[in-house]
Design a protein around this ligand. Structure first.
Ligand code: CTP
Ligand code: MG
Length: 228
């Protein structure tokens, strides 16, 4: 089977402190968004990509890739989850769907293979994730700089993307969670809230989300290595 990927790309990239949203910053001669979209479409099982963009986005149409027949553009929303739901709503009947951050251009084809195996496993959907490595501390309160205790790291994972689920389940879980004002930071959190299984698929630590300036430096290094 082939899969559609929804790419939320409607954020402003506040933490990047750049003159434009981070998905339009360059790695080599292409933007982050182009790297992400081209990586995804190069996977043999991915045949269509829905990109959620700021309705006033002035950059996307300038990209050569914007005319590609495998891309559908939808208007993103206020939060990431709203942008993803807009993408899900644009899909009619597709069995499973993956959601992947525009800001993660370093995802590997082999990690995508690993994740897509969930489709055959009959154990539900899941996410790429990485076991936590550092010792984890909990502060006494949200703005406190004093340690309350050490959190047991065993069984703690970083949630990455893509996140890959049956479309009908994800659409319902996400729209109901948003209606009820549940805090949703990724697709999996909506699925957990709705009681569906979420599997962890260990992925590469190169699959970083470009969030702050140093992340762009690191992503540029990883991508230059891929191109060797
Ligand atoms: N995103 C989106 N719609 C929003 C907010 C975010 O489609 N309303 C997208 C971003 O474009 C990004 C992904 O979701 O590809 C992950 O979000 P994040 O890393 O937080 O990006 P930004 O929100 O743009 O960055 P910041 O939080 O620093 O402003
Ligand atoms: Mg954000």
């Amino acid at each position: 089977p082939s899969f559609t990927v929804i790419v939320p790309a409607a954020g402003v990239g506040k933490r990047m402190l750049a003159d434009r949203p981070k998905q339009y910053l360059k790695i080599g001669h292409k933007t982050v968004l182009e790297h992400t979209l081209e990586k995804l479409i190069s996977h043999p099982r991915i045949t269509r990509i829905i990109v959620a963009l700021d309705p006033q986005d002035p950059y996307f149409d300038e990209l050569p890739i914007s005319q590609a027949d495998w891309i559908t553009r939808v208007d993103g929303g206020k939060e990431r989850a709203d942008s993803v739901l807009a993408g899900l709503t644009a899909l009619d009947s597709h069995s499973w769907v993956a959601v992947h951050d525009a800001a993660r251009p370093c995802v590997s084809l082999s990690d995508l293979d690993k994740l897509f195996r969930l489709f055959e496993n009959n154990q539900g959907g899941g996410i790429l994730a990485m076991p936590v490595k550092d010792t984890m501390k909990r502060a006494q309160s949200e703005d406190s700089k004093r340690v309350s205790n050490t959190v047991d790291r065993d069984g703690l994972w970083h949630a990455l993307t893509p996140q890959f689920f049956p479309l009908a389940q994800l659409r319902q879980a996400l729209s109901e969670a948003l209606e009820q004002n549940v805090t949703i930071t990724d697709e999996a959190s909506a699925m957990e809230w709705a009681g569906w299984p979420v599997n962890l698929v260990e992925g590469s630590e190169r699959n970083i989300k470009i969030t702050r300036p140093d992340d762009l430096t690191l992503a540029t290094f990883y991508i230059s290595q891929e191109e060797l």
